[in-house]
Design a protein around this ligand. Structure first.
Ligand SMILES: Nc1ncnc2c1ncn2[C@@H]1O[C@H](COP(=O)(O)OP(=O)(O)OP(=O)(O)O)[C@@H](O)[C@H]1O
Ligand SMILES: O=C(O)[C@H](O)[C@@H](O)[C@H](O)[C@H](O)CO
Length: 511
């Protein structure tokens, strides 16, 4: 289907979509980010929009088919449309124009192999996939990175830790239908430096567009939405739906009027934090040889079915402590439904990392992934922030045992000992008095339980009110070992620490 708008004037006003293309390893990601930076456009890593099944297939050494690539290409086109067309240029703020000048013409740069002509037709919006909607007007250009096979092979061989192995290059080259000669294509050399490639791409694009793209497309903008956030929102594998972007979402400074429009959102974050300060307490202590987590269960009662808890803290009954990955345990305070969604997201992010890099996700990176997601939810119209704070107790070979906290705004910080939820102020002052840098897990367990017993609202302390977990290293395999305690084990721990509290009713019944 041809583009809907035809006149020179209309085309001039259309947003620009630049696809940096080429076979695997040509340097699309490197050039894409640099070119976007030069133009002041956001950059999206096209590989992040692949369905997980595609990544798994490539990682296993099987080339993708047309059917595998079609939905991915359609998603890239949709991403480009969403990131540019929904920006309401007519509402561009004018009273602080000296602080931020919007691009005169919005645009986005996305990397994609775009190997065949018909794939490029999908990206141009000239062809729809399935019963997809007719594309919206968006002028599409391609920057094709071309060069000798030998150089490419050498680069791919050198590149470590990427899911795409050099052995796949042959199939990529066989599939490639050169775009040279097609409309809107600029060719740059694989062997040039990135700076030189940017220069040539800008020169070529300026010729195609009809004016100097760097000076005419506007001032450098500060991107509010980084690629990973954007992709999280766009990739259906991450169980999130597409939604219209707001005019201010990819442009920010603290002083712009859109910030004032966002003030309501910030209040919502404050409300979320306030709600969390009433949630069940979650407490973590970092020790030399592990991390200890405990959480107060708020939902208790005789009729609650705890049968799933017999085999551990999860399986239906776990409410506050979850295994996020084999090296990270998470403790949540806040809205349980929101927490479930974040826990699923964290588990998927950890698995994606494992699949791509064949290593467990570093603890801080997992916290960052969740924070990207949480922060994204604070800035879009029609959404509210996640009403959840999390503690991450984890281990990775780089920084060993770590404890992080993230809040609904998407901020995170590392701690030696910390507490979220109800009475966290009291708990933190108790922890400050008792914590020692040399503490070991065996003592940290006592410290956590004592602090919980002093700060929990309830008059009873037993497994029905408490979840408990410890992350240590397995002495034999030296791999992280997460243990989420079963109710009987929690009761035994409390007994050993002399902390079993019974409420008066129970004591009277027992008497
Ligand atoms: N202009 C350049 N000169 C030399 N090396 C480069 C250049 N651009 C990128 N590289 C290197 O080539 C390798 C591949 O780059 P990059 O990951 O950007 O390629 P890609 O096309 O996005 O790959 P893929 O599609 O397989 O993810 C990296 O190791 C990168 O550092
Ligand atoms: O169409 C394809 O086969 C894919 O998009 C690949 O090109 C990879 O995504 C990429 O290059 C990763 O190395």
């Amino acid at each position: 289907m041809p583009p809907t708008n035809g006149s020179v004037r209309d085309l001039d006003a259309q947003p620009i979509f630049i696809v940096v293309m080429g076979v695997s390893g040509t340097g699309k990601s490197t050039l894409g980010a640099a070119l976007a930076d030069a133009l002041g456009f956001p950059y999206v890593e096209g590989d992040d929009l692949h369905p997980v099944t595609n990544v798994a297939k490539m990682a296993s050494g099987t080339p993708l088919t047309d059917a595998d690539r079609e939905p991915w290409l359609a998603l890239i086109r949709t991403a480009a449309e969403r990131m540019t067309l929904d920006r309401d240029l007519s509402s561009t703020p004018s009273d602080d124009a000296s602080i931020v000048r919007e691009n005169k013409r919005p645009g986005v740069v996305i990397s994609s192999s775009a190997l065949k002509r018909y794939y490029r037709e999908i990206l141009r919006g000239h062809r729809t996939v399935g019963d997809g909607q007719a594309p919206r007007a968006l002028t599409t250009y391609f920057v094709f990175i071309d060069g000798p096979k030998k150089v490419l092979f050498e680069r791919m061989e050198k590149r470590a830790g990427h899911f795409m192995k050099a052995s796949m290059l042959e199939s990529q080259l066989n599939t490639l239908e050169s775009p040279v000669g097609e409309e809107g294509v600029v060719v740059v050399s694989l062997q040039d430096t990135t700076e030189e490639q940017v220069r040539k791409a800008v020169e070529g694009l300026s010729t195609l567009v009809g004016y100097d793209v760097v000076s005419e497309l506007g001032e450098r903008r500060v991107c509010f939405v980084n690629a990973s956030v954007t992709c999280s929102f766009l990739n259906p594998d991450l169980s999130l739906s597409l939604f219209p972007l707001t005019p201010w979402q990819d442009v920010t400074t603290v002083a712009q009027p859109s910030f004032r429009r966002r003030a309501g959102f910030i209040r919502v974050i404050e409300y979320a934090m306030e709600a969390i300060s009433h949630a069940g307490t979650v407490l973590g202590v970092l020790a030399k040889d592990g991390v200890v987590l405990a959480a107060e269960k708020k939902v208790t009662g005789k009729l609650l079915d705890l049968s799933g808890a017999k085999d551990g803290g999860y399986g239906g009954s776990g409410e506050k402590i979850y295994l996020l990955n084999s090296n990270v345990i998470g403790g949540v305070a806040g809205l349980t439904a929101d927490a479930n969604s974040l826990v699923n997201y964290a588990r998927t992010a950890a698995q994606r990392h494992l699949l791509m890099y064949n290593e467990d996700i570093p603890v801080e990176l997992l916290a960052q992934r969740l924070c990207d997601m949480k922060q994204g939810y604070t800035q879009y119209g029609g959404l509210r922030p996640f009403g959840v704070s999390l503690l991450y107790a984890g281990y990775d070979p780089h920084y060993h045992f770590q404890l992080y906290h993230s809040d609904p705004s998407g901020n995170y910080s590392g701690w030696k000992a910390t507490c979220i939820g109800a009475n966290n102020g009291t708990a933190q002052s108790l922890l400050k008095q008792e914590y020692k840098d040399t503490i070991e897990v065996k003592d940290a367990i006592g410290l956590v339980l004592r602090t919980m017993s002093k700060t929990m609202d309830s008059t009873t302390l037993g497994s029905e009110k408490l979840e408990f977990a410890v992350l240590t290293l397995d002495p034999v395999t030296k791999q992280p070992k997460a243990k989420i305690y079963k109710p009987a084990e929690i009761d035994a721990l409390l007994l050993a620490e002399g902390l079993t509290k019974k409420d008066e009713d129970t004591e009277m019944k027992a008497a």
